[in-house]
Design a binder for this molecule. Structure first.
Ligand code: IMP
Ligand code: MG
Length: 183
């Protein structure tokens, strides 16, 4: 559902580009440590995780692969409807692969829960989840998270790949969206 109220505006910075870069580097080191001797496949979830996946890939000092898939929840707007549809599939088989799902943000957990179940049926060797942001207070479905960038409060955020109505993905910092700002 689209938020009611005035026009939405980009508000204060929640996480700076320097903080993001440092955390992505940490995550890359953790993944390298856990997957040493293997070639994990990073699966970015379009479109929100594109920026994160590109940086994470370069932070993992392993021969890693990269692929993408796209899911959309019916209804649109700022909040997940909980009904998820596969909009674009992977371009490679993941059978026998060490798959790491790379997601921008876990909110209710419904999208990632659907994705995890979907990918698990394809017999990967292992399946892990790396999420940049975790909106802990909004969780409705329990999701095992292997790597998390930042736990954040229940606010709508944009930037570093995350959008509001398709915009602001190009901001380099992560900012809070002021959904009821007066014009
Ligand atoms: P979930 O299924 O409720 O966990 O929703 C996850 C999806 O909702 C994410 O992949 C985002 O596309 C979107 N989302 C949830 N919270 C935010 C936010 O604060 N900013 C931008 N997108 C969000
Ligand atoms: Mg998304």
């Amino acid at each position: 559902m689209e938020p009611a109220g005035g026009p939405a505006r980009v508000g204060r910075i929640l996480i700076t580009r320097e903080e993001i870069a440092a955390r992505v580097s940490d995550l890359g080191h953790a993944i390298r440590r856990d997957y040493v001797g293997r070639s994990p496949l990073l699966v970015g979830v379009l479109k929100g995780a594109v920026v994160f996946a590109a940086d994470l890939l370069r932070a993992v000092a392993l021969p890693a692969g990269l692929d993408f898939m796209s899911v959309s929840s019916y209804g649109g707007g700022s909040r997940s409807s909980g009904v998820v549809r596969l909009a674009a599939d992977l371009s490679v088989s993941i059978e026998g692969r060490d798959v790491i799902i790379v997601e921008d943000i876990i909110d209710t957990g419904r999208t990632i829960s659907y994705l995890r179940r979907n990918l698990a049926t394809r017999h990967p060797r292992s399946l892990a989840l790396c999420a940049l942001l975790d909106k802990v207070a909004r969780r409705e479905v329990e999701v095992p998270m292997d790597y998390v960038g930042f736990a954040i409060p229940d606010e709508f955020v944009v930037g570093y790949g995350l959008d509001h109505d398709g915009l602001h993905r190009n901001l380099q910092d992560i900012a809070v969206m002021d959904l009821s700002a007066p014009g």
